[in-house]
Each structure stands twice: as C-alpha cells, then as structure tokens.
Design a protein around this ligand. Sequence first.
Ligand code: HDE
Length: 753
Amino acid sequence: MDASKPAKAVKDVVEAAAGKVADALTPDVPGAPGSAPPTVEEPTTPHDPLPPKKEQGAPETRTPTGAATGAPTTANGQQGAFLTTAQGARLRDTDHSLKAGPRGPVLLQDHHLREKITHFDHERIPERVVHARGAGAHGVFEAYGTAEGVTKAGFLAKGRTTNVFVRFSTVLGSRGSADTVRDTRGFATKFYTDEGTFDLVANNMPVFFIQDAIKFPDIIHAGKPHPDREIPQAQSAHDTFWDFVSLHTEAQHHTIWNMSDRGIPRSYRTMEGFGVHTFRLVNAAGETALAKFHWKPKLGVHSLTWEEAQLLGGVDPDFHRRDLYDAIEAGAFPEWELGLQVFPDTPEETFAGIDLLDPTKIVPEELAPVQPVGKLTLNRTPTNFFAETEQVAFHVGHLPPGIDVTNDPLLQGRLFSYVDTQLTRLGGPNFSQIPINRPHAPVNDMLRDGFHQQAVHAGVAPYRPNSLDGGNPFPAGDTDGAFVDVPVTVTEAPKVRANPVSFDDHYSQVRLFWLSMSPVEKEHIIRAYTFELGKCYHQAIRERQLRCLANIDPVLCAEVATGLGLPAPEPTVPLVDPAPSPALSQVGRQWPADGRTVGIVVDPTAGLDDVDEVRRAVFAAGMVPLLVAPHGGLVGGLPVQRTFATGRSVEFDVLLLAGAPAPAPDASPARDAKAGAAASAAVDPRVLLLVDECWRHAKAIGAWGAGVDVLRQAGVAGTPGVVTGGSGAEVLTAVQQLLAAHRVWERFPASVA
Ligand code: HDE
C-alpha cells in the first residue's frame, strides 16, 4: 500500500473492515471496541489512524481563546502512519532499549526509552475528591423559548441549539469503583453557549446533606471509606456515615432519598436531575425571579432492585457507563427536558412557607409545576475518556448573563470550591484551555501565563486601564450582553456563624417524602435502612438512627427496628402530616423502552424458527436483543452474544425463552458455579437461574414453544408478568407492554400501606 497517500490507505482499511461487518460472527449489537473489526494477523502495511467509531464525538476544535478553527475534531488526535517520538521523529523500534550489546547494559542516552517511561510515570492525575467515578457524553440542547419571559440567557431563546457535554457520576467511590452502588448521582452539564459557558452542576436528588458548605468535608469524610483500613469502598452502609447523619439531623432528608430507589438508578438515562439550589434569573427588562432547575428523563425515572445492584457490582461494575455508551451507539439517544420551577423574587425568599435558600428542602411540584424550557439529547460518546470525561472541569460559577446565584450558603461555598479543586486536579490555573473546557465564546480575560499556558496572548498591556494596547479589552456596556450581578439588597445584620431559624426544621419534608411513596417503594426504603444499619458494627449508632426514623414515621421506624432486633423509640418532635407529592413516586406510569436489553434464550437443537424475526422486531422497537445459548459462535445462523457461562440475568430488562435447552456439557459446578449442585435433568440449570433471578427482580418473562416448559420447571408459570403465546412476535408484544411500567411489582404485594 502506498503510505504517501494516507487517505486512500485508511479508506482501504475501513472498506475491508466494513466487509467483515457482514460476517455473521461479528456481533451487530453495540459495544464492539475499535471502529473496524481486527484481522487475525497483525497488520503491517502502514496507513493513517483509523477514524473514530461512528457514535463517537470529540470537543469542537476551538483555540484556547474560543475561536472556531474549522479543523476536524480528529485534528486533536494522533497523526500519520508511523510511530514517532513526542517531537514527531519517526522511530524504527519501540520494543528494545538501546544497549551496549544484546546483553546490555542499557545506555543512558536512550532518549526514546526515557521519554516513553517518563511520560508513563506521569500518566495519572489526582481523581476528583468526590464524584471520581463518572461517564460522559456529548449532545445538543434545544430551547423551546418558554423561559424567555424570566431570563435573558441567549441559549434559552426559542429554537436556539447549544452543544453540551454531560458527565454523570457517583459521589463516594474511587475512579475504579462499581457503578451500581447505593449513592447519590452527579448530573453535570456544560452548555457551550455563545455568551460564555454555563455549567449546571446537578445531582439526581433535589436536596443535600448539609445546609452550609463549611460542613462538606465532614459529610464526605463520614461517607468515604474509614481512614484506617480504607473500607468499605463506595458505600454508605458503614458506621461513620450513619454516625454523622444520625447526629447531624439536617442530613435526614437527603438520606431517605439515598435509601429510596433513587439511590440505585437503572441507568443514567432514567434519572431525574436537580440543580438543588435556588438560582436568580434576570430577564431582558431587568426583572428577577427565583428558580430551581430540573431535568426530566424521557424514559421516566427507573431503578434497579437492590439485589440486581449488588450482583452487578461483580458481574458488570461498568453497567451504567456501558448502558450510556451502548444506548447512544444503538441510536437510542438519551433525552431529558430541562424544566424550571419559578418563584417570585420576594425579600423573604420563601415560597408557600418553604425557605428557598435551604438546600435540604424541595418545593413540591404540585405547588410549583416544573415548566419545560428545552430538550437535551445525548448523541455522541467521547473519543477519549481521559481527554474528555476526566479532564472536564465544571464550576457552579460558570454562569451566562441572565442566570445569577442566590445566598444559599451551600451554593456560596461551592462557588469557591470548584475552581480551587481544579488547580490541583488539572495541574494549574489554565484548565479552561483544555479542549473539552474551551469556551465557544470569544475569551479576552487578562489572565496570563501559568503552567500549561496554551494561548499565545498578543500585546503588552494585560491590565486595565491601558492605552498601550489601544485600551483593549473594554468593559461591556449596558447593551453589550454583559453578565448581570443582580444588585440584591443585603440586609443589615450582625456578623454571625448561624443559620436562619427556618433551617431548623429537619423532619417535615422527610415525612413528606415517605408519605409520597407507593407501598412497594416504602418496602424498599425499609429494606435499605435495615440493610445499611445492619452493616454497622455499633448498636449505639443504630439506636440513634432509629430515633431519627421515629421522627419520620412510626411504621418505618418499627419495621426497621424489627429487622435490627431493637425496640422502636418514640418520636421527639411532633409528626406533621403534609400533603403527599405524587410527583416524588416513580411507579404507576408508562414509559418508552428505548435502548433496553432483551435476553433471548435459544436451544440450538429446536425452536429456532421465530428467533430471527423476534430479534429484528426487538431492534426495530429501539431495543437491543442479546442471544443466550449453550455455546458461543452461531446458533441457527445468528451470532450468540452470551453463553450460559457468561450471561447473567442482571444484564437483561426482560427475558424471552425461545427454547428449553438441555444441560450443556459445561453445566457442572466444577466448570461454572452458577450451575449449582443439582442440575435439572431436562433444562440447563443456568437457564433456570436466569428465570429465577428475573422473576425475583420483578422483570417481565415471556416464552413460546418449548420455552413454555422452562417456566413450568422454574415454577413461575401463570404468575404475574410471565406471558406465553403461540409465536415469538405475540409474546414480544405482550412483554413490551409490561416493560412500559418498568417492573411487574404485582408479583410482590407490599405489606405496608
Ligand atoms: Fe459538588 N463538588 N460540592 N455538589 N459536585 C465537586 O468539583 C462541593 C454539591 C457535584 O462531573 C468537586 O470538579 C462542595 C451539590 C457534581 O466533574 C468539588 C459542596 C451538588 C460534581 C465539589 C458540594 C454537587 C461535583 C469535586 C458543598 C448538586 C461532579 C471535583 C457546598 C447540586 C462534577 C470537582 C463532574 C464535584 C465541591 C455540593 C454536584 C470538590 C464544597 C449540592 C455533579 O469542587
């Protein structure tokens, strides 16, 4: 191949690879690494780097000061066909150090060895002190124009589209921790607006553990692994967490959210997002309003069961990031509506008696409806995890004109923290020049020099006022679209370390949350508290948290106390009975099933007639079918994605049984512990385990033909959410209807009202 014509060389490789996609063994489900299937033999003909995968995006190519370059995003990637040094000198060999003879010693002059090892030695940067574990995606935000009356932010003007990058995260775990742990999730969005970047650094819960930023190190030290043994990782089920939240009762509201199903989302795609704090909006006429930001997922709010979350921690610790990437690759682009709760900007900063500056309080949607103002679509996965997801730097102070902060003391502390943390994490003050952080608006900031400076600033006068640079940069005038610091009156008051009295109510909204849950959600909350407190060593801590539960609800307290084998204490505050907020419950509605995973168990010896048709119908419905068979390779001409040894129920949202496969040769506990001790004579025991787990996790199960017999053997035939039919198509339709409600909770009637 002629390496002097790199474009042609790449085309040849890609075309050759595309031919192989048609190869029946190549899976057509998402997740394949690389943009072209590999060859068995090592490629040796030089050619340019392969293009990124079709679903991958990258930061727009902007200069460090925000100018569009017009260069393709691949211009930031590696170039040319040949291996080079970091300086671009071509290299013949990277496998052998330069030695004095084949037996050494290695020569100090080996600049390539030193460059390669030295760079490797410095590949790691500090992980985020919180939210270390995360996954990101690129997308676009399209405004409806419905916010124009309350804010002049240009990106919210009707029809305006803005590029975004979103990073989802857990809070407590390290970078390598499991995705499905019980925790709060981060939902941080960078809007690259032409008036400056706007970061909406949100969570999947609308309240926070603390009312004042000064306590952030305390709650995080309590939640992180114990400092002596560094266990447990990414968990709240341990003594220090419960020690803190039971002593520090303003944390009880956030804690009940964590103990609810919101703490174990099914997917990032099925999470709500909340800006938590109240912000102040300013419209074109200079009028102000107070507002809270909400993200509403198109797929509804949906969670894992606790056992699924635990199993996934081992079976697929990357479950949430895989789900996000796979959904985008499959074309099931995740979508959310951005919504606003808007309140009058009164001097009291309250609404319906709720203090809007208290980040441990919500305003129920029934009192202040969430008004949709635009739509977010995630449509590209990152090309490089480190460059994009790891280096992205959010900051609550990245605000465009039209959105300002309030005096919420938690928000005020965050305004300090986010820049400060990047200085260490990203190695200096120029992190906004990293490609993923570059603004898409012209930057003229008078900030100069520092580590890793990438701008080449011209002129001699980075100060104001100046005449030597012709006076540039100039302050923006009233009509130049400048950021507005709303001139809020600061009330005369003594300087104190104190909270407003309204912040002292730590329980009424926790009870509101509890009373708003459906019976099955209440069961889950009881189970979560019982599990977490059951994992604590010290009885005093359990007893103290039971006292807090007594102030929330007597049934909750009594049920958890029973599980812990302790008496239920009496409340120490009067229990109020607020009107429940049905919007807080996540059950009882119907949702689309885009990007969900359908496991199809097949028997290579029989019942394959419908399988191809069902598989195509699953794809057509925007979902992903995974064929589960006794062995890999092809079954009935179709590629197998999971064998009984590699597959596990927790990967599937529904299970279809197209056959009743007999025990495979490896169905012995010595080969696969999942086969258990007693193999069924008729059906492979791992298939029965799949059915059993899907049933326990309240998932829809469907069977036709010989598959119906598996239901009988598993003892689940005729139970709620288990459907049979004459054909695969008929069963799939019935199962899709069940999937719209997410789970078949009728299988487990709740014992609490
Ligand atoms: Fe954060 N938070 N936070 N936080 N936070 C960070 O910033 C902090 C809070 C949130 O994907 C850090 O760049 C303080 C509330 C998200 O990169 C740090 C306080 C909410 C992310 C920090 C809070 C959040 C962070 C760590 C109490 C929801 C991940 C690394 C006053 C509204 C962003 C970093 C990403 C990250 C400080 C409370 C959301 C240390 C001091 C409330 C989603 O700056």
